[in-house]
Design a protein around this ligand. Structure first.
Ligand code: AHM
Ligand code: MG
Length: 317
C-alpha cells in the first residue's frame, strides 16, 4: 500500500490488496484472502487449459467428480497450507473438517468449483469461500463468518468479496492482478428477475408451483444458468432478483449445502442489502451440524424473499 510519501505515485487502479488494506482488514485476513485469490488465478488457468472430463472418483455426496473439481480442490488446499494462516478447512470435495494448525487464526470453508458439471457446456462457473475465526466449523453459524468471497470464471474472471464493510467487485486483468471494478454493490428490495433451482420440486410441492406461476403471470424475467455462483452473481451485479433452491420429494432440504454454498452467499447478500432465508430463518442463523448439511435457500431482493417465504409456508397464496 503506497504511503503518503510524495515519492509514491497515485495508483491508476486499486488492487484487491490495496482495497483490503484500506478497509482496515487485519494483516492475517488480508494475506489469507490474497492467497485464496492467487489460488483462483491458477484455477481459471486450469479451466482454460485442462480437458473437461470425469476424474473417475466420487465426492462425499457420491457425485462423480470432474477432473477440474479435483484439481481446483488441490490448488486451493496447496494455497491454504502455504498461507500458514489456516487452523482448519472444509471443502465440498472432502468428507471431513481437516485440521492444519490449531493455533492459526482462521478456518476456511469452500466449494472449489461450483457448477462444474457445466464445464463442457462452457457456462460460467466459480469458486465460493467463507472464513471463520478459530478452528471450529461444526457448531458455528454462518453469521460468524468474518469474510466471504466468490470468484466467477466466465468470459471475464471476477472476484466479489466482503469483510463486513460492503460488497466489492474486482476483475482479473491481463497481468494477473484483481483490480477494483465496482464498490459497495447493492441489492434493491424488489425483484424483476427470478432464478428457480430444483424446479422438479413443483411436481410434489404445490406452493412452489404457485410461486412459479406468479412469477410467470407477473412477466418477471427468467435468469437461470444452473451454477449458483453465476445465478447469484446476476442478482448482485444487476442489483435485484431472486434465487431459490427449495425442497421437494427428491431433495427434501433442497440441493445446496449450508456450509460451502448457502452460508457464504447469505453473508454477501445481507452485506449487499438483500436477504437469505431457509423459509423461516435467516440462513446466517442456521446452526452448522454437519458439513454435508443441505438447506432450502431463498436469496436476493428483500421483499421478494419475504413473499416467497410467505407463499411457500402457505401463509399467503
Ligand atoms: P455443484 O456444486 O456440484 O456444481 O452443484 C451445485 C449446483 C448449483 O450451482 C446449482 O444452483 C445447482 O447445483 C443446480 O441444480 P439443478 O441442475 O438441479 O438446477
Ligand atoms: Mg456447488
Amino acid at each position: 500500500m503506497p504511503s503518503n510519501s510524495p515519492y509514491c505515485p497515485i495508483p491508476s487502479r486499486i488492487s484487491l490488496n490495496a482495497h483490503l488494506y484500506r478497509a482496515e482488514t487485519s494483516d492475517d485476513l488480508r494475506h489469507l484472502i490474497n492467497d485464496v485469490a492467487r489460488a483462483a488465478k491458477y484455477i481459471q488457468f486450469a479451466i482454460r487449459t485442462t480437458e473437461a472430463g470425469l476424474a473417475g472418483t466420487k465426492n462425499q455426496f457420491g457425485e462423480d467428480q470432474v477432473k477440474l473439481d479435483v484439481l481446483s480442490d488441490e490448488i486451493i488446499r496447496q494455497h491454504l497450507c502455504e498461507s500458514q494462516l489456516v487452523a482448519s478447512f472444509s471443502s465440498e470435495e472432502m468428507e471431513d473438517v481437516i485440521e492444519l494448525d490449531p493455533k492459526a487464526p482462521y478456518s476456511v470453508v469452500y466449494d472449489p468449483l461450483d457448477g462444474s458439471s457445466l464445464v463442457d457446456a462452457n457456462f460460467a462457473i466459480g469458486s465460493i469461500f467463507g472464513f471463520y475465526e478459530g478452528k471450529e466449523i461444526i457448531g458455528r453459524r454462518p453469521r460468524e463468518q468474518v469474510a466471504a468471497l466468490y470468484v466467477l470464471y466466465g468470459p471475464r474472471t471476477l472476484l466479489v468479496y466482503s469483510v463486513g464493510k460492503g460488497v466489492h467487485e474486482f476483475i482479473l486483468n491481463d497481468v494477473g492482478e484483481f483490480i477494483l471494478l465496482r464498490e459497495n454493490l447493492g441489492v434493491a428490495d424488489k425483484a424483476k428477475t427470478f432464478s428457480p433451482g430444483n424446479i422438479g420440486a413443483v411436481t410434489d410441492t404445490a406452493p412452489y408451483r404457485n410461486m412459479l406461476n406468479l412469477w410467470l403471470d407477473e412477466k418477471m424475467k427468467l435468469r437461470y444458468s444452473g451454477a449458483m455462483v453465476a445465478d447469484i452473481h446476476h442478482v448482485i451485479s444487476k442489483g435485484q432478483g431472486i434465487f431459490t433452491n427449495v425442497g421437494g420429494a427428491k431433495y427434501p432440504e433442497g440441493k445446496l449445502r449450508l456450509v460451502f454454498e448457502c452460508g457464504p452467499f447469505a453473508y454477501l447478500m445481507e452485506q449487499a442489502g438483500g436477504a437469505a432465508s431457509d423459509g423461516k430463518n435467516s440462513i446466517l442463523d442456521v446452526a452448522i451440524r454437519d458439513t454435508d448439511q443441505r438447506t432450502p435457500i431463498i436469496i436476493g431482493s428483500k421483499e421478494e424473499v419475504k413473499r416467497v417465504c410467505d407463499i411457500l409456508s402457505g401463509k399467503t397464496r
